[in-house]
Design a protein around this ligand. Sequence first.
Ligand code: BES
Ligand code: MN
Ligand code: ZN
Length: 523
Amino acid sequence: MNHKSLLLAACLSLTFAPPAFAQTVTGSGVVPATAANSAERAIGFAANAPASGALVIVMTDATLPLLDGVAFSAPERQAVAAAIAAATFDGKAGSTLSLRGIGAHSRILLVGTGATPTSLALAEAGGKAAQELKSEAQPVVIAGAFGDTSAADVAYGFALGQYRFDRYKTVDKKAPPTGAVTLVGADPAAAEAAFTSRWKPLADGVRLSRDLANEPANVIYPESFVAEVRKAFTGVAGVSIEVLDEAAMRRLNMGNIVGVGQGSPRGSRMMLVRYRGSGAPAAPLALVGKGITFDTGGISIKPSANMGNMKGDMSGAASVMGAALSLAKSRAPVHVVAVAALAENMPDGNAMRPADVIRTMSGKTVEIVSTDAEGRLVLADANEYVAQAYKPRAIVNIATLTGAIVGALSDQYAGLFSRDEALAAKLLAAGTASGEELWRMPLHKNFFDRLKSDVADIRNGGSDGPGASTGAHFIGFFVDDAMPWAHLDIAGVNRSEKTNPLTPKGMTGFGVRLLDQLARSGE
Ligand code: BES
Ligand code: MN
Ligand code: ZN
């Protein structure tokens, strides 16, 4: 890469420069050199398409639609129709058909949405197109029988689907796509306005969340998480940021988060990003995310197989920041405070032990049964602080909290726990609308008995039993009954083993789209 393209790549994507002092602070070896992820295709809108390049046609069924702005000759149309018939392409959601050698197009890609596509189905078609054309050297044109702002929905999906995290690859690096993607439709101005006002900020928020979670723990630890999020919010209006360092958290008696982080040389932090749009209510919606930048389990150490996935144990924190970024960049008329409870859970001579008793900010005491049940601890302190300092109207937690939720819901749903019916209903609706779906899980009062301690007010884990519910109960124990509160367990959905149209393999940024939707829906 020459200097010019390096500079271009650096400008086009979010960069995470490891701080110069990282080596001495982390003691974890040489930090990977600064590099940018491959440039993404720029997204634009136009009334007319060039005759060459790659052409994507969004299809609702097997019939080639009339395409505004695409010069398609009669023989070309006939060739495509013949190919559709030969391949029995039906235009159902998720279907694709790739054609070459027709007209001047380097390639024609048909992508199905099914009849009467929803906004989400259109986005998924866009994501599919981005992935199919990942290594296409040519510029890309996407056309369809788009009404109003459908092209913006497709563009949004394209933005989510084209994400890659390849900044540390130096050999055998796949060539980045070259050229822009242009959405062609009858009303490009309306589509572009919808995209820039809503979907682009949301895609930026998702990208922030994915980048933070994909970064290894020698790059993203509490202090550098704060620095990167600050960078992302630079110049964004209506935002104020508060950061508590370890000394401040000690003064506030946050025994939980200080305790969890005390086995690590990388100091814990609590980061609060408040965004208040014009006309928004005085009391914010608090979005509180678990931010364990690496979870070894601590003294209750995890088995080594797949432990590396625990670099993503700060996905909840990353997603609340992504949602706040989307809301602020789009100037949504909402009031939110995003809270990241950041610590690294390491085994060490100074680490917490099983049977230790710690005191939380609320004054309540906790018996540590397992140092691996650390997420609930940091969330208890974060919830207490935000409740006192920001007087929110509701609190939503989001956390990679338990392995048990993965067994129950796999990668299909995040678990929703709530004592508040109205808040639960709003969250379920936001899940359906955003495509980040939730499944309600029980908080039966009898499950709470498993958290009874002989020596303290509560213990941080039960032996066996409904682990996802007891985890939720633990957090709920520290939240005032009068406070509308919900907890989302995203341990099964924050990472994807395979590439889906809107979530390429790797960290998904789950929660950004959901919480953005929740805030906009008036919660
Ligand atoms: N971060 C883990 C939960 C997790 C597991 C996330 C698998 C993603 C995939 C959490 O801190 C944890 O270790 N939970 C324990 C709780 C137990 C000790 C009560 C668990 O689920 O085993
Ligand atoms: Mn753990
Ligand atoms: Zn954890």
